[in-house]
Structures are given as C-alpha cells and as structure tokens.
Design a protein around this ligand. Sequence first.
Ligand SMILES: OC[C@H]1O[C@H](O[C@H]2O[C@H](CO)[C@@H](O)[C@H](O)[C@H]2O)[C@H](O)[C@@H](O)[C@@H]1O
Length: 552
Amino acid sequence: ECDSQIYCSGSLLKKIQLSGIYGSKDFVDKPTIKPLDEVLAAASLLPENSTNDELQDFISTYFGPEGQELILANITNFNSTPSFLQKIKSPLLQEFAKHVHNYWPNLTRQVDLSFMCEGCVSSFIALNRTFVIPGGIFREIYYWDSYFIIEGLLVSELYDIAKNMILNLLDLVEIYANGSRIYYLNRSQPPLLVQMVKIYYQATNDTALLYDAFPILIKEYNFWRKNNSIRIVSPESKKLYTLNRYIVNNNAPRPEGYLDDFNIVELNNTLNSTAREELYADLAAGAESGWDFSSRWVKELFKNSSTDDNNYEILRTLNTDAIIPVDLNSILYMNEITLSEFSEKIGEEKMINTFKNAAKKRLEGITDLFWDEELELFMDYNISNFITNSTTILDTFSYITNLLSKYPGSPPITLINSGLQWDFPNSWPPLNYVLIKGLINFHNYDDNDSESEIKEFIMNLTKNLSQRYVDSVLCTWYSTGGSIPGYLNKLSGVKDTGHIFEKYNTLDLSLPGGGGGYDVQVGFGWTNGVLLWIFSNFGDILKEPECLSDLT
Ligand SMILES: OC[C@H]1O[C@H](O[C@H]2O[C@H](CO)[C@@H](O)[C@H](O)[C@H]2O)[C@H](O)[C@@H](O)[C@@H]1O
C-alpha cells in the first residue's frame, strides 16, 4: 500500500488534482526537485483556497517534468531485419511491418535517477532492467499490456528485452501492482504473467528462467486464490465453486484519476458514506480489470450514451466486484494448466496434479455458471440482484461473423454505446489478439470429430479478423500522415507523420477509438505487439487495405 502524502493521499494531492491545472495522471508522475520535507513544509503554507496561479508557482518550484525518471534505453544487438519480415508477401505491408518493428527503441526505457537530489521523491517504482512502455501518458510498465508487447518483442527477436520485461514483472509480484508507480500498488491487472513466461519459454527454451520464475508464479497464483476469490453455489446444480473476481480494498479517488473519481463519488448527494466507499472500491476494481471503464461493470443496462459528457452518471452505478468475469476465470484456468505443465518440466512432481485438479474444478465452474444455454454464449455471472449485462466479443463464432458483417473495422468490445472507452464503438488490440489466438488454438486442436468444413470456416474467420486488424492500424496511421517512401505517399494537408493508437473505431477504418477519462494515446505498445504477431502468423496472405488511395 502507498502512504505517500504527495502521490497517494493527503490535502496537497487533493488541492492540486481538484484544481484541474494538470491532467490527474500528469501531476502524480512529476518527481520532486526539492527534498520531501521541504516540499511538505511549503505545501502546508499554501492558503486553504489557493488560486491556480499559486498552485502553478508551487509546482514549478518543487516539481520537475513528468516521466523524468526514465530515459530511452540503449538497445544493443537490434536486428533491423528479423526473419518474420520475409514471410510478408506484400512489399508495402513488409515496409509497414519494418516501420513498426523499428519503433521499439522509441518505447524502450531504463531508469535513470541521477537527476534526483538527496531526499527528493517520485512515484516511480525503480525497475532494475529495461522495459517497453505503452506510450503517451502511460510512461511506466503495465502488467497486462506487457503480455501483448512481449508477443511482438519475440517476433522482433528482441529476446533480451522480453526477458527483462518478465524479470521486472516478477519483481513487481512481490508488491502486486497494476503498473510500476506507487499509486498503482493497491491493485493488479488481468494476471497474464504465467502466460508471458510460457510464450517466452516456447520461443527460447530458456529453462533457467522457468526455474527462477516458478516460485514467484506460485506466489502470485496463491495471492489470487486468497484475495480475489469468491465461493459461489450454482443455483442449478447446487455445486460449490471457488472462482475469481476483480476486487480492490480502496476508499479514496485513484490518484491518477483523482478529479473524475472525486466528482463521480462526491458530487452525488444520494450516496451515504458506505455507498461512497463502495463506489471508490468499484472504480479501482474497474481499473484492476483492465477494462476501465465499461458498461460491463455497471448495474443497469445502458443502451444509449450516458446523458452527461463525463459519463459520471453511468459510472455511479458501477458494480464491479459483484460481477464474476468469464475472462478472468478463463485466464486463471489457462494459468492452472500452464503451471501444471511447468511443474512437470522442472520436476515439481507433487504440483502437477494440484494444478490439474484446480483447472478441472474451475472448468466445471466456468461451464456451470457462465454458459448460457439459451443464448449459446459464455456470459459473466452477476452475484447481485441485477441482470447480467455483459455481451462481449468472447462469444461464439456466429456472433463474431455477425459483428464483422455489420461493421467495417475490427470487432467492437461491446455493443453498448455508453461513451466509456471499453464500450462500443471501440475495438481493443488485446481482445483482438484473444479472439484470433483462440481461433488458432481451436483450429489446431487435434479433434477427430471436427469436420474439415468447420476447420475451414474457423481459418477463414481467423484470417478475416487478422486482415481487419491490419486494415484499422494501417488506415489510421495513413490518415494521420503516415507514409512509406517509394510505396505510399503522405496524405496531403495532414501535418503529423502517422500515429499508432491504443484503440480503434469499428465504424471507420481510419479512426482511432475514443471516450473515457483521457485522450486516446499513441505509441502504442500492445497495438504494435499484436500487429507484429499477426504479421508473423499471416504475413503470406495479408493484403494491402483499400483505404490507401495514394500508392506510388
Ligand atoms: O490513468 C487512467 C487509467 O489508465 C490505465 O488504463 C488504461 O491504460 C492501460 C495502459 O495501456 C491499460 O492497461 C488499461 O487497460 C487501460 O484501460 C491504468 O491501467 C488504470 O489503472 C488507470 O486508472
């Protein structure tokens, strides 16, 4: 837990964040340039109702620019022509893939605290090794983003950086965090570290890492079992299951989202103090889910946009810890299977069956509680009185083909246009990856009963989804000024030089996603990771998108 009187709680944080002179995340990412005791002493002299000018003066006297603790890392042995590029048939797509591959150095960081004075403080958790950040305001390592980034790094043959990412995250398990900032210490994110070790091991055969990682992975697994689990009796089978949910012990605004959280909770005079605390906890749990925020976590089904611009109204009905998410439990099921396999590899005989049995039990729970016979979909399970309202792209195949026939872009994350960023019309890279990878696994599953017709259908769907993803990323990059000398001219009248975004718009191939509590960010770690992974799998069949009107 974080007890910083600057970055996590206290009157100074409140005063500055409520003034709105900086984006909430920008302020908490500023290191001090004077020792902590001096900063706090000066803060205690600030008038109760400080003006913005007074606050601005105070900040420029005592704080440096955000993100100063990090410098670009020097990447040795960067291979500018990794072998996956050869698999890409279209020369233009090959050049674009090269551009994305060459972008890694811009997102790779190392810690440099040499500028900090004696006694100065910062919210950054010093990591020992290089790492890749998502980009934009996301200047630190993020837990679940790292899985998708690592997929890309492996394709780019940047094995050392992939390993460093994993080692950094293994260090962070000790403190269990959403990302490497002290204000992220009270929550995690979708637990994908076991899977990061798995894909890294599959690519490198680095057994030594497996041995080192194993006890820490067990520690993380036990943490989820103990802290975020819930026992549920199935209303139909009457069987008892232990499953997991996102739940955070928190009763204050998230420091990096202070202004919004404060307004959502405190500007609503219908809430008593218990309800206020619950709402703060649900906001933090929404961030723990990685889907911050989505109609998926609210009490009522909103079919249309929220009536206020900030989505405060809809967020006041958050109910995150009452929803038992099908994807979190699927991740943990997958982790149990993988931990059983790891146990076998490193000779931890007793653990092999422990994890096998845990996976078996969880699978029973997943099929009993989440499978909706009538809809033929896996749904989240809601333990409160409210109806389950999640309709996500984790659904069945026909559901996906239906979505693809309706919208030109990659599949939307939900069908509810709430104005929240994890809702329609946004399409998110991690979920595109999950869909495609799931279909590949299904296709490769050695099942004699599967007819070749079904396998062909699955393969076509997989290729279609991959093409859509490439189209969205490339068309939006092009519409924001991206060009490739000799292949693609720059769109006239556009000032920028091409951006890759954190999310996309399913309604228009040339637009990024939007909504939510901050502006759409560019860079972008997981988008690039998933893109390179798609290129390495389907480079031979991917086509140039039709949106590219000015080919040379
Ligand atoms: O500052 C607001 C929130 O930002 C993060 O969430 C979003 O960006 C992350 C990095 O790409 C991503 O992991 C997450 O899924 C996004 O919704 C952060 O994780 C939140 O905790 C934070 O409150």
